[in-house]
Design a protein around this ligand. Structure first.
Ligand SMILES: Cc1cc2nc3c(=O)[nH]c(=O)nc-3n(C[C@H](O)[C@H](O)[C@H](O)COP(=O)(O)O)c2cc1C
Length: 251
């Protein structure tokens, strides 16, 4: 695999701590998880990966939504910016709600989104939650990237205050520091998703399209395990979601 990597997640150093005295019956164990007042059947969810629009987005969103419905887990769509810019693309996202009318569906936009755009994205899917992704490194490496990152935290705060559904801010494979998480929790977000380093690598992906590769960023990021430990330790009373590189465990 040329655009991911192995053994850089930190997860290879993580294992369960054995508990010799659990003091419960296995029949008491359930996987119900609550985030921002929403109850999930499982702590596992399908994260965003279908931005862009087009027939492939439609087909993948449809398949993911069927899988989410059958397994009763939440599903996030990829960035809906394509559908906000071009109404024709809306159907490629709306299919997720059509297939799974009662399931938990997450809307998704980048941190450039305004409150108005966030409202449209949530309405488009009757979404239960909104994900806002941070993708600074991808934008820097991407040849046509938008490198003006000003005002993101103010926009996120405005959205979190008024959108009416829980807001999760996520990274996309570069991890999150406790300093960034602190700003986000102060801005009023419901949860952060550390989206750590070690799996999909958007620097490597975008470097494939550059004439002069910015290889420096291929190794940039906080490994998932380190990011999760740092942010969870700093904010034990807040909701911290773990994603990034988990598929590597299954390889
Ligand atoms: C093909 C692809 C498209 C993605 N598109 C989005 C997106 O539109 N919005 C978003 O928030 N994250 C997007 N992501 C990022 C993922 O949600 C995730 O944060 C990232 O891939 C790191 O996790 P991983 O190492 O398990 O792949 C995308 C990932 C992939 C592989």
């Amino acid at each position: 695999m040329s655009t991911g990597q192995h053994a850089a997640t930190g997860l290879e150093d993580v294992s369960f701590v054995h508990v010799g005295l659990p003091d419960l019956a296995t029949s008491q164990i359930d996987t119900l998880t609550t985030i921002g007042g929403l109850t999930f059947g499982s702590p596992i969810f399908i994260n965003a990966m279908t931005g862009g629009g087009g027939e492939s987005t439609y087909e993948i969103n449809r398949s993911l939504s069927i899988a989410a419905k059958e397994t009763n887990i939440p599903v996030a769509v990829g960035s809906q910016m394509a559908a906000l810019k071009d109404r024709e693309e809306r159907r490629t996202y709306e299919i997720v709600r059509k297939v799974n009318p009662d399931g938990l569906v997450f809307a998704n936009l980048g941190s450039e989104a305004t409150l108005q755009q966030a409202r449209e994205a949530v309405d488009m899917l009757e979404a239960n939650m909104l994900q806002i992704h941070l993708n600074v490194i991808q934008e820097i490496v991407m040849p046509e990237g938008d490198r003006d990152f000003r005002g993101a935290i103010e926009r996120i705060a405005a959205i979190a205050e008024s959108i009416g559904v829980p807001v999760v801010v996520k990274e996309v494979g570069f991890g999150m520091s406790k300093e960034t998480a602190k700003k986000l929790f102060h801005a009023g977000v419901t949860a952060v998703d550390v989206g750590g380093f070690g799996g999909t690598n958007f620097s490597k992906i975008e470097n494939l399209r550059r004439q002069k590769a910015l290889r420096y960023f291929d190794q940039w990021g906080i490994p998932t395990a380190a990011s999760l430990a740092e942010v969870h330790t700093a904010f034990q009373n807040q909701t911290v979601l773990a994603s990034g590189a988990f598929k590597m465990l299954l390889m």
